[in-house]
Design a protein around this ligand. Structure first.
Ligand SMILES: [Zn+2]
Length: 224
């Protein structure tokens, strides 16, 4: 498939990009200043499907506004098209859009830390949400009760509602950082490189944080 490219000059986007890179370098303790990520702006849901390679079949992906196909590339929907081309019918404010860019860039830093280690959706999204301060736009959950559904998926359907990994994961990571420190989280991410399955993941988590990944133990700390 063939696409046509052109460079986009936009002060707002460039500043958001620069600031995000600086803050993410600081957080992850990485110095990514050469061959920095490229951002591609996508203008329609049709293009999104083509770029994502799902042939337009995945209608459930309407909520997706950004993604990272490899180690140095971010795709985001055009800010002006989010209203019409995604399921976010109210669109994004400029502030939310900046955060979206930082969220997607954060995934790239995460990939550097974890390499090809075990992929856990709640950790992957939670770290991106936390580092991009996306939870500013959300209500803090009273307690954690869905998080552990999201090891390998982003959404879960219940009879009366759909719950996503985005509800709680950022707050959970915030808790880990505030109660146990950033260094422990970064060390945990790096040691995922040798983790191959959920059991090893849960064991490594327990070894690192000294509490088990169940709601009782999580909330003992979360509510404290
Ligand atoms: Zn994400």
């Amino acid at each position: 498939m063939i696409f046509e490219l052109k460079q986009k000059k936009n002060k707002f986007l460039e500043e958001a990009y620069k600031k995000s890179m600086k803050e993410l370098n600081d957080f992850y303790g990485i110095n990514w200043v050469r061959n920095t990520p490229k951002i591609f702006i996508v203008n329609s849901k049709e293009d999104k499907c083509l770029f994502r390679g799902d042939g337009g079949k995945n209608k459930n992906a309407d909520w997706i506004t950004g993604w990272t196909p490899n180690n140095d590339t971010v795709f985001v929907m055009n800010l002006d098209k989010i209203k019409t081309e995604t399921s976010h019918k109210k669109g994004y404010s400029k502030e939310q859009y900046k955060v979206l860019i930082k969220h997607e860039l954060s995934h790239l830093f995460y990939k550097i830390m974890v390499k090809n280690g075990f992929y856990v959706v709640w950790l992957w999204e939670g770290v991106a949400i936390y580092t991009s301060e996306q939870d500013r736009f959300k209500k803090k959950p009273v307690k954690i009760k869905y998080l552990l559904n999201f090891y390998d998926k982003h959404m879960k359907k219940y009879k009366d509602k759909t719950v996503s990994v985005y509800f709680e994961s950022g707050f959970f990571i915030k808790m880990l950082v505030e109660k146990f420190g950033k260094e422990k989280l970064l060390k945990f991410l790096k040691s995922l490189q040798k983790v191959k399955n959920k059991k090893e993941f849960d064991n490594l988590f327990f070894k690192t944080y000294k509490f088990k990944l169940n709601y009782k133990e999580i909330n003992k700390i979360y509510l404290n």
